[in-house]
Design a protein around this ligand. Structure first.
Ligand code: K7E
Ligand code: CUA
Length: 765
């Protein structure tokens, strides 16, 4: 497209710049130059303006995307599409120390099955906790499709706190989704299998293999799932798939669709047609409707059976009590999405061009009137499909998932085969717009799109294939998340974001302002259990305690030293480094790594974490801070000395090469005085301003005050040494005094710059 001057003016206006003033990115380039050089159109410039976030800028929404085979959750901002964090959930991740510190190893161990360590997960569907159907930003849940598990992440620190293993399933898929007040988290089985752990031949598939839906009870106060209060509703051996909870009029019900209701088992190696043929013979499958509120009451009333120690309501009981129904749906369905008002459920069949809108009101009418079309082989009443439908609409080839807009009746459905998003009106059954995506979209996500109050604005298309979208990086391509503007009548593609670690399935996005993450822990905190750490330490109270062959190091980390700096043990000992980060300042994380022992901690301000080391070999093993935390970060080091059994202790250090004199000490004192003058002038400036009106500055001042307290402590030490004419130690402690001053000055200057940039005012004192 050739650019006219008029277009340029329009583009420049969008960017809020004036051409008359010379649209210059730097002294030479005008916007026009850059567009020409990079081959950008006016539309590109508009898209850029809608996503570009200048330095220091924040995003309006925060997305939590499933990390697929990486076993993690990917956190990114919308509209900038900047990745902010990978939350490790089912998989060890050394940067966060996850699976490397003893506290998180316990979390991962909760997910072990059959005495097997399982260190990967296939994360599909994250869900944010809700209050009255609205996202409250407190917790995040997700499932692991490969191993039937659900994880709980606390969003106050974005850490995984709990993993629960499903006691009766062998796989899952339809989780995690939450009830409008997060009383329960749903997990539906996928591939039928015996609910017990026995071997059962496939010839008994119809009789002994089962599906099911588990309702995990969540305790909001504790922030944990309570397995003893959770239960499963047994289901026929159909492959249960995605689920959703009702809301508003449909609150109390859950909906889970299924495929392969043919109950076909493959055997291609024996000449039988494969699963894919046998599982798509019929024109329809079923979605299961469960009255979960009543089911919970029945379980409480003792109507469940125990399987593997877990409450299971049998199909017979569920049918007898009228809490389980089947509704036909187009074959091989995938998405199951309840409308924000809870009146409709939209299902799309992968092998059908239609999206089907079911009416909850009609369905309840049929149930009340006992107007059933028949029963399945397990005695479950089947409703009439036509009588249950509000409408059906052809939306494209291979429709999968549907998300709701903030505008009434407007939805977006992902069209896998056609590689499109279809925007349509589900009240009237009208297609409104179609947009090509790249390529083969799976899930899609609108802002707070599965809450009772979707926020509209943006849609993210989560595409299975990237093919030619990015620079080639070998045969394994990244995934492609595409950001789409849905604020107007026509959808507009804004941005492609490669996801290079795992295949995201579903994602959820929440208004950023709803999230209230902390910036530090209370000092000495066990973050995985959210209690005071048994082995926390305080400055000056660091110690090494031996208990048989177990050695407990109560250590601390602060800019820029590790205490203790030398730890001596014997070969065969087990050493527990319990490290507490004493910092209070934002983002002052220290790492702690012991060489050659597979140990790395991420110790955020206030946290205590434990690295366990089995000293199998005698030798010398440096340990160090593995986060570049300060100017003297590299000096944040120590030695683990592992002596052969019976060797005499000697951690005295080499003979001192430098001998300091009184003159050296005096020289240090002069430097200290000069530095103190700088600090005083900075402090003078800060306190002359209305600095208490600026939260970040208050935090910086707190941190600087801490550093100055440490400086005062070092000062006492060098003065005491000087009194004894120990010029060696006097000079070294004076240097330490200076180190603290430098840190305080550095923080003070950051505060001063902040005040100057944010227009502080002079106040009278
Ligand atoms: Cu990939 Cu929801 Cu597991 Cu669809 S699922 S695409
Ligand atoms: Cu602490 Cu680097």
């Amino acid at each position: 497209m050739k650019l006219s001057f008029k277009n340029m003016v329009a583009a420049a206006t969008v960017l809020g710049v004036s051409l008359a003033a010379g649209v210059s990115a730097n002294a030479q380039d005008t916007l026009q130059d850059v567009m020409k050089k990079r081959g950008l159109t006016e539309k590109d410039i508009l898209s850029a303006a809608k996503t570009y976030t200048p330095t220091g800028g924040r995003d309006e929404f925060i997305a939590f995307a499933s990390g697929g085979q990486s076993g993690q959750i990917i956190v990114y901002g919308i509209p900038s599409m900047r990745i902010l964090k990978y939350i490790s959930v089912f998989t060890p991740e050394p940067w966060q120390g996850y699976g490397f510190d003893e506290e998180s190893k316990k979390v991962l161990a909760m997910g072990n099955m059959n005495d097997q360590e399982i260190t990967w997960g296939d994360v599909h569907h994250p869900a944010i906790s809700e209050t009255n159907g609205e996202y409250d930003g407190r917790y995040l849940f997700t499932n692991d499709k490969a191993n039937p598990r659900i994880a709980v992440i606390d969003l106050h620190d974005f850490e995984t706190k709990q993993i629960v293993v499903n006691p009766v399933f062998k796989s899952n898929h339809g989780g995690a989704f939450v009830t409008p007040n997060t009383d329960y988290v749903i997990e539906a089985a996928q591939y039928p299998a015996p609910l017990t752990n026995e071997y059962v031949p496939l010839s008994q598939f119809n009789e002994k293999y089962r599906g099911g839906v588990t309702y995990w009870k969540f305790d909001r106060k504790k922030g944990r799932i309570i397995p003893e209060e959770s239960f499963t509703v047994e289901m026929p051996p159909y492959s249960q798939d995605l689920s959703d909870f009702g809301k508003g009029p449909s609150d109390g019900w859950s909906f889970t669709n299924s495929f392969c209701t043919e109950r076909y088992v493959g055997g291609i190696e024996n000449g039988r047609p494969p699963f894919e043929a046998g599982c798509s013979q019929k024109d329809t499958d079923f979605f299961h409707m469960v009255n979960w509120k009543k089911a919970a009451e029945l379980v409480k009333a003792g109507k469940a059976n125990k399987i593997n120690g877990h409450d299971v309501l049998s199909i017979d009981t569920a049918v007898k009590e009228g809490i389980l129904y089947l509704v036909p749906e187009p074959k091989s369905p995938h998405g199951m999405d309840v409308s924000p008002d809870g009146k409709f459920m939209i299902v799309a069949g992968k092998l059908d061009t239609h999206a089907s809108v079911y009416s909850f009101e009609k369905i309840m009418g049929l149930i009340k009137a006992k107007d059933f079309a028949g029963k399945d082989p397990y005695g479950i009443p089947i409703l009439d499909m036509k009588k249950s439908l509000h409408l059906q609409l052809s939306v494209g080839l291979g429709p999968l998932h549907t998300q709701y807009d903030s505008k009434p009746c407007i939805v977006y459905t992902s069209i896998y085969v056609d590689s499109q998003v279809t925007k349509w009106n589900y009240c009237e059954g009208k297609v409104l717009d179609k947009l090509n995506i790249h390529y083969n979209i799976g899930h899609l996500m609108t802002m707070e799109g599965d809450s009772v109050k979707p926020k509209g604005k943006y849609l993210v298309s989560m595409n299975k294939l990237a093919i030619d979208r990015f620079n080639p990086v070998g045969p394994l391509h990244p995934q492609n998340h595409q950001l789409i503007d849905i604020s107007g009548d026509k959808m507009q593609l804004l941005y492609d974001m490669p996801i290079p670690l795992g295949e995201p399935h579903y994602a959820v996005a929440i208004a950023a302002e709803t999230l209230k993450p902390i910036i530090r822990y209370k000092v000495g905190w066990n973050s995985r259990e959210d209690v005071k750490h048994e082995y926390r330490s305080r400055p000056g109270r660091e110690k090494v305690v031996r208990d048989g062959t177990n050695v407990h190091v109560y250590g601390t980390l602060i800019r820029s030293h590790i205490t203790p700096e030398i730890v001596e043990v014997e070969q065969g000992d087990t050493v527990y480094f319990h490290m507490t980060n004493l910092e209070r300042a934002q983002d002052q994380t220290h790492g702690f790594a012991v060489d050659m022992h597979n140990a790395n901690l991420s110790v955020e301000p206030g946290k205590t974490a434990t690295a366990k080391i089995v000293a199998k070999n005698a030798g010398v093993f440096p340990y160090f801070c593995s986060e570049f935390c300060s100017a003297l970060h590299l000096e944040m080091q120590g030695y683990l000395l592992v002596k052969p059994k019976g060797t005499k202790s000697d951690a005295s250090g080499p003979s001192v090469g430098t001998k300091y004199t009184e003159a050296d000490y005096k020289g240090e004192l002069a430097t200290i005085k000069g530095t103190q003058d700088v600090i005083n002038s900075v402090v003078g400036f800060i306190t002359s301003q209305n600095y208490t009106d600026f939260k970040p500055v208050v935090a910086l001042v707190e941190d600087a005050t801490d550093q100055l307290n440490f400086a005062a402590d070092a000062e006492k030490k060098h003065k005491a040494a000087a009194e004894k004419k120990d010029w060696q130690n006097a000079t070294l402690w004076a240097q330490q005094h200076f180190q603290y001053q430098v840190k305080a000055a550095d923080i003070g200057l950051r505060a001063k710059t902040y005040l100057e940039e944010h227009g502080s005012k002079t106040v009278k004192k």
